[in-house]
Design a binder for this molecule. Sequence first.
Ligand code: B16
Ligand code: MG
Length: 210
Amino acid sequence: MVFIFDLDGVIVFTDRFHYLAWKRIADEMGIYFDEKINNRLRGVSRMESLAIILERYTGKALSEQEKTELAEQKNAVYRSFLEKMTPSDVPGEVRDTLQKLRAGGCKLAIGSSSKNTKFILERVGLADFFDAVSDGTNISRSKPDPEVFLKAAEFLREKPEDCYVVEDAYAGIEAAKAGGMRAIGIGEAASCEKADIAISSFSELLGLIA
Ligand code: B16
Ligand code: MG
């Protein structure tokens, strides 16, 4: 079987760091931001995330240059959290399951919107683990567009219809379906009605290869 994993919210829980970094920027600008709004940022690109946060901004109009600077400031704060990550930031259940899927002959790839994907994989000791990595650096359209997953399938030389995508974001489930793949929802996305399969814990994936 072929699995393409989303990164943030599936393999590692960097969603907390995204929240804290955006919260700092929002607070500095006097913009209301909470964890419910943060859920809308799952799987969406950095600039689209900023646009969602700015929906509640009431100050003077911002130029594209100012928006880019805000996104860079957020990324600097976010990177300061990432620098502290270690292999222990991958839950034991996730690491064990990945190893068992690999031992069971599955092909495993990453499909993440993040431009920080390779840095995160290095920090947690998974830089050489996956058969392919498709991320925010090789796409021009973010989830719910299927580009990131189609690229992962291409890197693996597999047909989209043979791939299972594991996602925590509604945008990611939509992307998988738009790409003609099977979508497995976990976390927030377990309640997404477009998901083909819902799982409540990562190790349930082993049931699919049994
Ligand atoms: P970056 P995923 C996504 O990762 C995050 O869920 C989303 O919140 C973030 O805005 C996006 O990556 C871009 O991240 O700023 O690091 O390029 O869930 O697709 O693995
Ligand atoms: Mg995610």
